[in-house]
Design a protein around this ligand. Sequence first.
Ligand code: ZN
Length: 238
Amino acid sequence: MPTECLFRDDSYLKSCSARVVSLTEQGGIVLDRTIFYAISGGQPGDTGALTTEDGLHIPIETAIYTDAAKSEIAHVPAAGSPTLKVGDAVTAVIDWDKRYARMRMHTALHLLSAVLPYAVTGGSVGDIESRLDFDIPEAGLDKDAITAKVAEMIAANASVSSRWITDDELDANPGLVKTMSVKPPMGMGRVRLIEIAGLDLQPCGGTHVHATREIGTVRVTQIEKKGKQNRRVRLALA
Ligand SMILES: [Zn+2]
């Protein structure tokens, strides 16, 4: 059963009420709705807890999709947690400080991809450091110069917004795909676009801050050569 993903429309929700709709064979808890971001696109699943009206407390270690279509989310409880039943009402709470840092980090990676307009071959959002891998034949990248350009974009306080677009709308607007830094996945019916006003437009399912100044200070910490054409650029929050 598809989970209502509240974090997609409002990434600032810290808690929500929900109901247990099923339990997976591995012990995952599926709710009718959730604020837990499930691991995907290089961003880790949220941690937090589920609590019941009669005081049960279930620490959640991560959240994962149970299906390839990424429609249903299972909350993975810590070992030894009390068991819930289908129909139980719960309050879901995420570890907000951790999630907010990931939102800042993730949005900073969009800016990094705008500063370095090359094909992205991989990436991940970490709690200490994040990274993007670029397909760049020539090195010549300067940490301080990239840090300065990202800082400029953060200071501009550009707004970050999301919208859904159907495959048909995309087909009708080929110019849109051209302006995107990443090609959208087609054939799913619709695509979620993230736009950082004037700076970046790309399909993305992650969680972002509302405006770039919220990112704060970031620093490019390392640029590594990973193979002939690959450059790995690491970034950290100050
Ligand atoms: Zn994103």
